[in-house]
Design a protein around this ligand. Structure first.
Ligand code: NDP
Length: 328
């Protein structure tokens, strides 16, 4: 089968030659193991951090080994009583067409009402990230104003829709007219500020006439600064991601004094450290998707070989919604 390994570490923006496509033999299954044909690979911003050697919350991706990544696919052989051939499963088998699992981190999913690919997005890790940050950190009340950056993306789109279901006023920040139109017209946000239009500070102020009570921060940089300046007293900020700085860019914060003057609470989090909430959150998200209350959009690259370019594009906002690679 084919796989992609990390060939070298990028110093700034990754390039295609940081990756290498290889063909390797499928290992013979041992007792307890499951062979999975991956149908979808999830590309996620956190992978950029793993490509570097700097100290972080997780160990770096080793060189010359299959790039880490979430996958969804079908069991094609099993020596594990908990999994049968034909089961649809979600796991972390990496950038590869096939993977072997011991079953520990493999989850059977029901594709009757939620499509397989959605378990890598809205009904998977990104959805869970939105759920955790909103419910456990921001805890907005009906009528409060919530701001979300990277609003059209896998995580941001879910944050805003869940906040709307709670009766909040929801304002997104996204790059470009098309993404903003989608966020308002399709996802039902109350407003969306296009940070590429050149009037970020004034546009965010106009979209938040009553200030901002809670922020879900995915980006950092100018959008975060503009949101800090609009905070109400005792506002909450969930710091989920700082993608504007993942390729080593400086992301300065000028309005930090807002933390003091508005007595803000800022908390960063890593969703994989809160597994105790996943069963409840994923159940809720899948039910909302099945019921049509949670919409989502996907950008699907075809074939494993397209994964590096699609990933490089994700770090520049070329994706529109959850970035996936279709492998079969
Ligand atoms: P998205 O689907 O939102 O895709 C990334 C988006 O980020 C792009 O579409 C783009 O949107 C925006 N973006 C990319 N580069 C830049 C840049 N240089 N400056 C500003 N915006 C940029 O990705 P996810 O929903 O998967 O992830 C969103 C955030 O959540 C990321 O920061 C990620 O690291 C974080 N995350 C954190 C987790 C945690 O446990 N803490 C778990 C999962 C995700 P636009 O075109 O609108 O700018």
């Amino acid at each position: 089968y084919r796989r992609i390994v990390l060939a070298s570490r990028p110093s700034a923006e990754p390039s295609p030659d940081n990756f290498r496509l290889e063909t390797v033999d499928t290992p013979e299954l041992q007792e307890g193991e499951i062979l999975v044909r991956n149908e979808y690979l999830s590309l996620d911003p956190y992978m950029r951090g793993r490509m570097s050697e700097e100290k972080s919350y997780a160990a770096p991706q080793p060189l010359d080994q299959t790039m880490i990544g979430g996958t969804a696919g079908e069991v094609i052989a099993s020596k594990n009583a908990k999994f049968a051939v034909g089961d649809k499963v979600v796991g972390a088998l990496g950038w590869a067409e096939t993977g072997v699992s011991d079953g520990v981190a493999l989850r059977k999913v029901d594709i009757a009402r939620v499509p397989l690919s959605a378990y890598l997005g809205v009904a998977g890790m990104p959805g869970m990230t939105a759920w955790y940050g909103l419910n456990q950190i921001m805890q907005p009340k009906a009528g409060e104003t919530v701001a979300v950056s990277a609003a059209s993306g896998a995580v941001g789109s879910v944050v805003g829709q869940l906040a709307k279901l709670k009766g909040c006023r929801v304002v997104g920040i996204a790059g470009g007219k098309e993404k903003c139109a989608y966020v308002v017209d399709e996802l039902g946000f109350d407003a969306c500020v296009d940070y590429k239009a050149g009037n970020l500070v004034a546009d965010l102020a106009a979209a938040t006439p009553n200030g901002i009570d809670a922020v879900f921060e995915n980006v950092g940089g100018a959008g975060f600064d503009a949101a800090l300046a609009r905070m109400n007293a005792f506002g909450r900020i969930a710091v989920c991601g700082l993608i504007a700085g993942y390729n080593g860019e400086a992301v300065a914060v000028h309005n930090f004094s807002s933390v003091l003057t508005n007595r803000l609470t800022i908390r960063g989090f890593i969703v994989s450290e809160h597994l105790e909430f996943w069963a409840e959150g994923l159940r809720e998200l899948a039910a909302l998707v099945a019921g049509g209350q949670l919409k989502y959009r996907e950008t699907i690259a075809q074939d494993l070989a397209s994964a590096p370019d699609a990933f490089i594009g994700l770090l520049k906002g070329k994706n529109f919604g959850k970035q996936l690679v279709k492998l079969t």
